[in-house]
Design a protein. Structure first.
Length: 134
C-alpha cells in the first residue's frame, strides 16, 4: 500500500508541475502525461487532468498541434468500461472542435468500444481459465 501511495503521490506531483514551464518544458508535457498514464492509477489521473485542463492545453498548444490531437487516443488506449466511453463521448460533445485530433478521437472511441466488446465476450472464459490454472 505504501508503494502505491508513493507512486500515486509522485504522479500527482508531476501533474501539478505540468503548467510550470520552468519545471516541465512545453515539448515534454505530452510525454509526461503519457508516462503517467501507463498504469491504471495513472491513466485515470492523466485522463481526469486532461479533461479538467483541456482549455489550458488548447490555449497553450492550439487545436492544430498534432501531439495534442493524439493525446486522448494515447491515454485511452486501454479504456474498457462503459463509464470511460461515456466520459469520452461527453468530453467530445463538450469540446466538439477537434482540430488535428479528429481522426484520433474517432480511433479512441472505436478502440474503447472494441475493448468493451472484447471483455464482454471473453471475460468469463478468462476467469474460468485462471481459476482452473491454480
Amino acid at each position: 500500500q505504501q508503494q502505491k501511495d508513493w507512486w500515486r503521490n509522485t504522479k500527482q506531483r508531476f501533474l501539478n508541475c505540468i503548467k510550470n514551464t520552468t519545471l516541465i518544458k512545453s515539448q515534454d508535457v505530452f510525454t509526461v502525461l503519457r508516462y503517467i498514464s501507463f498504469n491504471s492509477y495513472g491513466k485515470t489521473m492523466a485522463w481526469d487532468w486532461v479533461r479538467l485542463n483541456w482549455e489550458y492545453l488548447v490555449k497553450r498548444y492550439t487545436l492544430n498541434d498534432r501531439n495534442l490531437g493524439r493525446l486522448i487516443s494515447r491515454i485511452s488506449g486501454t479504456f474498457n468500461t462503459e463509464l470511460q466511453l461515456w466520459q469520452m463521448e461527453n468530453f467530445f460533445e463538450r469540446y466538439p472542435d477537434a482540430g488535428a485530433g479528429e481522426a484520433s478521437r474517432k480511433q479512441a472511441l472505436e478502440t474503447t468500444k472494441s475493448n468493451i466488446e472484447w471483455l464482454k465476450q471473453y471475460r468469463d472464459d478468462i476467469a474460468n481459465w485462471l481459476e482452473n490454472a491454480k
